[in-house]
Write a protein that binds this ligand. Structure first.
Ligand SMILES: Nc1ncnc2c1ncn2[C@@H]1O[C@H](COP(=O)(O)OP(=O)(O)OP(=O)(O)O)[C@@H](O)[C@H]1O
Ligand SMILES: N[C@@H](CCO)C(=O)O
Length: 332
């Protein structure tokens, strides 16, 4: 359960005095997530999520995240909307932390996604990229290549305590990726953390996307590489190419990949796996005393890295050229 910061009844009352949300009917810490403290808030008016931002979220970046959610929602994406208080502010302070109330989204995260879910996520990711094109905000990816060596250093030489050989493997990967990391790919706003717990479905219909607190400006195909990592591996560690094919086809049904993005996909997938291995490693070694949180397994991503290292080309992820439609062939 990710609740790092407890909120007293008195603090909550003081905070909600600034809003027009009606009487509080229920207020509970949420038993998911690892990054921020999240509370479910039911008032006489509606259901909401109250988030207190913790270690990895810089307060200066919050206007980017909140503005992005508003921008995407205006363009028809189902995502939480920040709720403004009586003075028109969405961002406040509670229990010493920056805090925001957002609207509650209906739906459930899928635990064992099928190919249909992967296709829907691919298409939604591309819609997000398209909708983000005219978003004026820019935020460099604070968890890209340039940060990985520092993250590894902050594990303080303890990687081999988690698995023998992990330190040398990770160092070799850092060195190699620094040498081959693709530059100049099409960029835009990316979600950067579109894992299964951040996408909701009602039945088979994708009903919403949450958790924009890693969103940034980076290579669009890197976001797809993150999703291939998060959605298309089986619990036994094998990559499911049927799911990969569905996800990439879903993505390309909205935004076809450029040839240089296709060529870069294996390297981007390696980088994405390394990024999540490293943040998980650091979290695994540094669980704050008393925090209600279950850290995620870094070795899951070390194993995924092992798979990506052997991939020779994007077809192994299920990439196929976009088929010409009857109309485009006829008009060609
Ligand atoms: N707008 C929302 N509507 C409904 N439920 C939500 C909403 N926002 C968050 N939740 C619930 O709270 C949980 C944690 O939220 P979130 O994923 O944003 O937390 P986090 O700590 O940033 O997690 P992560 O580890 O994925 O980064 C979600 O899994 C979901 O159950
Ligand atoms: N989605 C991340 C946690 C939030 O950054 C992970 O699974 O490691």
């Amino acid at each position: 359960m990710a609740v790092y910061t407890e909120v007293s009844d008195e603090d909550l009352r003081g905070f909600l005095d600034m809003y027009d949300l009606g009487e509080v009917l229920s207020f509970k810490g949420i038993a998911e997530g690892v990054e921020n403290s999240n509370y479910f808030l039911q008032t006489a008016r509606d259901r909401f999520i109250l988030t207190l931002y913790e270690k990895r979220v810089r307060e200066a970046d919050l206007p980017f995240f909140l503005g992005l959610m508003e921008h995407l929602a205006e363009r028809g994406l189902e995502c939480p909307l920040p709720v403004r208080n009586r003075t028109g502010q969405a961002l406040g302070r509670l229990a010493g932390r920056p805090a925001v109330i957002v609207t509650f989204l209906e739906g459930l995260a899928v635990k064992r996604p099928g190919a249909g879910h992967c296709r829907a996520v691919g298409a939604e990711l591309a819609r997000l990229h398209e909708a983000g094109r005219d978003f004026p905000g820019r935020r460099p990816n604070a968890l890209s290549l340039g940060s990985w060596a520092g993250l590894f250093a902050s594990a303080d030489g303890q990687a081999d305590r988690v698995a023998p050989g992990l330190a040398a493997r990770t160092q070799a990967e850092l060195d190699e990726l620094a040498a081959i990391w693709p530059r100049g790919l099409p960029e835009g706003v990316i979600h950067a953390d579109l894992f299964t717990d951040n996408v909701f479905f009602i039945g088979d219909r994708l009903s919403g996307v949450i958790d924009f607190y890693f969103a940034c400006t980076d290579a669009l195909a890197y976001d797809l590489a993150i999703c291939l990592n998060a959605w298309c591996f089986e619990p036994d560690g094998s990559f499911n190419a049927t799911k990969g094919r569905a996800m990439i086809a879903g993505y390309q049904s909205v935004r076809p990949l450029e040839p240089e993005e296709v060529a870069a996909l294996p390297t981007l997938a390696r980088g994405a796996a390394l990024r999540f291995m490293l943040t998980r490693l650091v979290d695994w070694l540094n669980v704050p005393p008393g925090a209600l949180v279950r850290p995620k397994d870094p070795l899951e991503y070390d194993r995924k890295l092992g798979f990506h290292r052997k991939v020779a080309g994007a077809t192994e992820y299920g990439w196929e050229p976009v088929r010409e439609t009857a109309t485009s062939t006829a008009s060609a």
